[in-house]
Design a protein around this ligand. Structure first.
Ligand code: 5GP
Length: 177
């Protein structure tokens, strides 16, 4: 059996590469917010694995919460419509919010999400994304912490799905066409 028989798609980033990057970003966040508390908002479901990696590497006092916003239907094309399907459980007034996102593609979801959360008057809002596809951007928004920038590829694994599958893959790979 060849080494890659069980691999789904073509691997872009291994678990080790992603964990190393999460440690670097976690250390940067810990430095940037030294002496302060951070309120991590994970976007379900895609950011769940990345959120786990990032939070382990933050040394500041940390609260976590989750939100579900969706702009995608099934398959690989965006509908462009954003809906909040599950809002935060906690109050972010006066807090240092960091949105933990899986991937910024057109930016539509994140722009909406950031504005939605900014209305509640947190002390600050930043964005930490595992992946960034800058060439696809439509909305004017950029992440403050970026794991990796990638070309215009449809990626799966490490939380990212294709029709709700493959989120459990311990690497990020891309599917052809
Ligand atoms: P945006 O609003 O930036 O266009 O879309 C962001 C959301 O679309 C991401 O949070 C993610 O759920 C989904 N998405 C965008 N690109 C990809 C991709 O390459 N693979 C997967 N699995 N989801 C993607």
């Amino acid at each position: 059996m060849s080494e890659n028989t069980d691999t789904m798609g073509t691997i872009l980033f291994t678990k080790e590469q992603i964990e190393t990057r999460a440690a670097e970003i976690g250390a940067q966040i810990s430095k940037d917010y030294e002496g302060e508390e951070v309120y991590l908002v994970g976007t379900l479901r895609g950011a769940v694995v990345w959120m786990g990696d990032i939070m382990k590497n933050i040394t500041c006092d940390t609260e976590i919460d989750f939100i579900v916003a969706s702009s995608y239907g099934s398959g690989t094309t965006s509908s462009g419509v954003v809906k909040i399907k599950k809002d935060l459980d906690g109050d972010i007034y006066g807090k240092n919010v960091i949105i933990i996102e899986d991937i910024v593609d057109t930016g539509t979801t994140l722009k909406y999400l950031k504005e939605h959360l900014a209305d509640r008057n947190p002390k600050s809002i930043r964005i930490c994304t595992l992946l960034d596809k800058p060439s696809r951007r439509i909305a004017e928004i950029d992440a403050d912490y970026v794991g990796f920038s990638i070309e215009n590829l449809f990626v799966i694994g490490y939380g990212l799905d294709y029709d709700q599958k493959y989120r459990n893959l311990p690497y990020i790979s891309y599917l052809e066409g």
